[in-house]
Design a protein around this ligand. Structure first.
Ligand code: DAH
Length: 367
């Protein structure tokens, strides 16, 4: 296809048939070029400085003056028609190459991507975060304590004497050797004492975490579960502050729900109470109603949520706090239980058995 050889000598600028045959050769080569790279070569051969038509053009200057006009017209037209064909072909090939590139580089954004399921927070973690947020918004701090705890902090300092049933081996997991008096904390309450020993009042803390008891492993019991402890120590703190705080928490967690404080006993609070929530399912209508059997509240109309009370002055005194100046309230809620009745989980074992479908199956969804 290349004509570099014929480029060595140009046609006679006065010889119409010679010039036309160069033009024909050029047009044929142009038509046959199938890429812009080939066309570049063709341009060089047939329209470049050393092409036959360029040489013929240069030869015009050596002609007799009378012949120049005719030769100039002939060569000029010849070169113009070659250049026009080159430009047209260039346009076609550019478009074709662009089209090919677009096809080759095409990305089909409608193709389904491979769906990797995204993990979610464990429902316990998510609820602890939500509960802590309620308190952080009120300016409280989150305090944490160890799960391997001293017997004194878990029991004695909280006014749980050596004869208290919670000390029995049936409940508490002691760590050997017994002479070390170490145990897996049975409650988050020792964080109260740790905080009071290390901070001057005022104290406003919540403390979420794992607790351990030598319990059965069944639908409603786990040997490891979670509590959220709260403690306030300040001047002039009353049971009213406790009630207001827990009502605020209940409403943040459950929306408009009725609550009640039911008298109870805890060694570390006096007076003590259990906080109950009105049953979300039957709203109390199952009480004494033989036709309505409510599984959520066992037809009692109320669901027990957690323990609370005014901090026993003996506990404040054990932490070296002046009980004439300061008083406090405390509470401890079961987190696992809260997920159960808030998100309608029926079996606590699902919380620990690791089936990743579980969090998504909960009412209220997973995060
Ligand atoms: N620690 C108690 C328990 O494990 C819960 C509790 C009750 C915590 C009353 C408190 C409280 O701080 O004031 O059952």
């Amino acid at each position: 296809m290349t004509t570099s050889k014929s480029a060595e000598q140009g046609p006679n600028p006065l010889d119409v048939s010679q010039v036309m045959s160069r033009v024909d050769a050029a047009l044929t080569a142009i038509a046959m070029a199938v890429s812009t790279a080939e066309l570049k070569q063709v341009r060089n051969d047939h329209a470049g400085d050393k092409s036959p038509l360029a040489l013929a053009n240069r030869a015009i200057g050596k002609l007799e003056p009378g012949q120049r006009k005719h030769a100039g017209q002939l060569i000029g037209q010849a070169r113009a028609s070659v250049n026009a064909a080159l430009a047209a072909r260039q346009g076609e090939l550019n478009a074709a190459e662009l089209e090919t590139a677009l096809q080759a580089e095409r990305v089909d954004v409608t193709l389904p991507i491979e769906m990797h399921p995204v993990g979610v927070l464990h429902p316990i973690t998510a609820l602890i975060d939500d509960m802590c947020d309620v308190f952080i918004a009120m300016g409280w701090e989150v305090a944490e304590g160890p799960e391997l705890e001293s017997e004194w902090l878990n029991f004695d300092s909280l006014n749980i004497g050596p004869d208290h049933p919670a000390r029995g081996l049936s409940d508490t997991l002691f760590i050997e050797p017994a002479s070390d008096h170490k145990l897996l904390r049975t409650q988050t309450s020792p964080v109260q004492m740790r905080t009071m020993l290390s901070h001057e009042p005022p104290v406003y803390i919540v403390s979420p975490g794992k607790v351990y008891r030598a319990d059965e492993y069944d639908a409603t019991h786990l040997p490891v579960f979670h509590q959220l402890e709260g403690l306030v120590v300040d001047k002039g703190i009353t049971m009213g502050h406790l009630k207001g705080t827990l009502d605020h928490l209940a409403h943040a967690m459950f929306g408009e729900v009725r609550t009640r404080l039911r008298p109870h006993y805890f060694p570390f609070t006096e007076p003590s109470a259990e906080m109950d929530l009105e049953c979300f399912v039957c709203h109390g209508e199952s009480i004494d109603n033989p036709d309505l059997d409510c599984r959520t509240c066992k037809s009692e109309g109320w669901i027990e949520w957690g323990g609370c009370g005014v901090v026993n002055p003996r506990v404040l005194a054990a932490a070296g706090i002046d009980t004439d100046v300061y008083s406090g309230f405390a509470f401890g809620m079961g987190v696992d239980r809260t997920v159960m009745f808030r998100n309608n989980a029926s079996d606590l074992r699902d919380f620990v058995e690791g089936d990743i479908r579980f969090p998504r199956s909960l009412q209220g969804g997973a995060r």
